[in-house]
Design a protein around this ligand. Structure first.
Ligand SMILES: [Zn+2]
Length: 237
């Protein structure tokens, strides 16, 4: 499918500054407060609200204010596997792509529509795929996300839910053959030349000289979505 790339790289649009229409976060994403185990082992960083919650419930003890460290008074369900654990890292409030420190927003690396199908153990208390991006890097990443979504939709016949996603999955030739066959089956009063046109399309599609009633019936119920085996080639150009 040559030339099936929808849209253009947004970086090539000079007129509108990138990221317009995205509203940036009003507050930092990371407060970098710490939770410690009863024996003092650091467990994870968290936001101020969560740390405060343990204090308010009386199940945490304030160790220091700056940085804000709360020691849990119960044995946690799990402990980090190494001191370099992702959840122990102090995370800066900046764009992870370009380093810009203002106007960032959360980026879900795995879009919600995919993540919701993941097994529960992959979703539970897992923030690995939430990162900060500035508004223009966000716009660019969404652009590439959409390409990948379309590619995945074709490869696995899994439309992304939008009308467009469904349409992109359809083979226009097969759709034409199907609607032609339906017209031939239903419309007695079809003009002769139109009838011949539709028949010709069917002959070409089935590589035959005669179109039987059986073929017409089959064509009228033709699957119009791409066969995943036949559409992987040429997807890249
Ligand atoms: Zn950026």
């Amino acid at each position: 499918m040559p030339g099936n790339h929808q849209g253009r790289d947004p970086r090539k649009h000079k007129r509108k500054p990138l990221g317009v229409g995205y509203s940036a976060r009003k507050s930092p994403l990371y407060d970098n407060c710490f939770l410690h185990a009863p024996d003092g082992q650091p467990l994870c960083t968290c936001d101020r609200r969560k740390a405060q919650w343990y204090l308010d419930k009386g199940i945490g003890e304030l160790v220091s204010e700056e940085p804000f460290v709360v020691k849990l008074q119960f044995e946690p369900a799990g402990r980090p596997e190494s001191p370099g654990d992702y959840y122990l890292m102090v995370k800066e409030n900046l764009c992870v792509v370009c380093g810009k420190k203002d106007s960032y927003i959360r980026k879900n690396v795995i879009p919600h529509e995919y993540r919701k199908h993941f097994p529960i153990e992959m979703k539970d208390h897992n923030s690995h795929d939430v990162l900060l991006l500035c508004t223009s890097c966000h716009a660019i990443s969404n652009y590439y996300d959409n390409h990948l979504k379309q590619q995945l939709a074709r490869e696995f016949q899994a439309p992304t839910g939008s009308e467009e996603g469904l349409r992109l999955l359809e083979d226009p030739e097969r759709r034409q053959v199907r609607s032609g066959a339906r017209a031939l089956l239903n419309a007695e009063g079809l003009p002769a030349h139109r009838k011949e046109e539709l028949l010709q399309a069917l002959r070409e599609f089935y590589r035959t000289d005669t179109v039987t009633e059986e073929m017409l019936q089959e064509a009228a119920g033709l699957e119009t979505r791409y066969d995943p085996q036949s559409c992987s080639e040429g997807a890249e150009d």
